[in-house]
Design a protein around this ligand. Structure first.
Ligand code: MRU
Length: 350
């Protein structure tokens, strides 16, 4: 199996617009969606056409340019007000993934640094920064995979949750990059893919990516993890994350916390793979991470088919927070980070 098979491009800049794979149609159809204005991208992020923390950051960076491109006949102060408004608007699409805010802040810093330059030059630079964020993410994800695969034994059963692959990033992924690279290195792995209720990112997207790359895997329902671990069928768990607080508390797809408790109870290593752009040193601990709540229809319906009675109440948090003490190590592009996390995460930015 060669690395080139793992070449899914979830997002692409094409001359004057962004092309994304509309992930809501996968795996039955590969539908591309051309995004030409900022409102369209806001909607695509909200509806999970493009999703996964790093991919959301890249999408938002390109959307920033789409928003700022049409601002004309304006001096710098007015331009700056527009830029702040655009950043605020894009940040409102999804609250948990800090990569979104990280990308927007990076562009705002660039705009500020160029405040004495002509407006058209600043706009061109915004596009350049968006492309840089995209390319950097591809390199970063590859390095995460190379670093992470060192932790995988020659023969291993690996459990993962949600989708953390090329679809969720510029390419390769985070947790899935570690899995791909263990496979590229010739290790004999089997991946347990959690289906990931309610939107089935595991069943629809991770299964699709692993299938394309010919990585051996089996799809399981989310609630099978306890049984698998108790039966000695899991050697390690690896997941991605949408935001890590300064003390190591980690927000990820709902159900991740359950996995971490089970892994701890069974003495199984629990790893979190992420780029540095997902670490939020401004938040002291995980209780401060905003948790997205989504529409109850995602639970009451399976696709378009209603499964629950009408007019019932629902509660649909999209993420949960795994306490730092349940995490064995973080896998980053700068290496493997072990406890004490508060000190060691901070050191990454020194
Ligand atoms: O709601 P989603 O599908 O955007 O959630 C994605 C996740 O929870 C991923 O694990 C996380 O963003 C890391 S992706 C590399």
């Amino acid at each position: 199996m060669t690395e080139t098979r793992q070449a899914v491009k979830s997002i692409e800049w094409r001359e004057d617009h962004v092309r994304i794979i509309d992930q809501t149609f996968l795996p039955s159809r590969t539908v591309y969606c051309d995004i030409r204005d900022i409102g369209q991208m806001w909607d695509a992020i909200k509806k999970l056409k493009v999703r996964g923390a790093p991919a959301i950051g890249i999408a938002a960076a390109y959307a920033f340019y789409l928003g700022i491109r049409d601002v004309r006949d304006i001096s710098y102060p007015g331009f700056r007000i527009e830029a702040d408004r655009i950043a605020e608007y894009l940040a409102s699409s999804r609250p948990t993934a800090v990569n979104l805010k990280w990308a927007l802040d990076r562009i705002l810093v660039t705009i500020h640094a160029l405040k004495d330059k002509p407006i058209e030059e600043i706009k061109a630079k915004v596009l350049e920064v968006a492309k840089t964020i995209h390319q950097e993410d591809i390199r970063t994800c590859k390095q995460i995979g190379l670093n992470g695969q060192e932790l995988v034994p020659k023969k291993a059963n690996i459990l993962t949750h949600c989708n953390t692959g090329g679809l969720a990033t510029g390419q390769y992924g985070t947790a899935l990059s570690m899995i791909f690279h263990a496979h590229f290195a010739g290790k004999k792995i089997n991946v347990w893919v959690d289906e990931t209720r309610p939107l089935l990112q595991g069943a629809r997207l991770t299964a699709w990516e692993l299938n394309e790359a010919e990585v051996p895997f089996k799809l399981v329902i989310d609630s099978a993890s306890g049984h698998l671990m108790k039966s000695g069928l899991v050697d390690l768990v690896v997941v991605g994350t949408d935001r890590v607080a300064a003390n190591g508390d980690t927000a990820n797809k709902i159900g991740t916390y359950n996995l971490s408790v089970l892994a701890k109870a069974h003495g199984i290593p629990f790893y979190v793979a992420l780029p540095l752009s997902t670490i939020d040193l401004n938040l002291e601990h995980g209780d401060l991470i905003p948790i997205e709540e989504r529409d109850g229809d995602e639970i009451t319906h399976f696709g378009s088919t209603r499964m629950a009675p009408k007019k019932i109440q629902t509660f649909n948090p999209a993420f949960d927070v795994t306490p730092a003490e349940n995490i064995t190590a973080f896998i980053t592009e700068k290496g493997i980070i072990r406890p004490p996390f508060k000190e060691n995460l901070r050191k990454l930015f020194e």
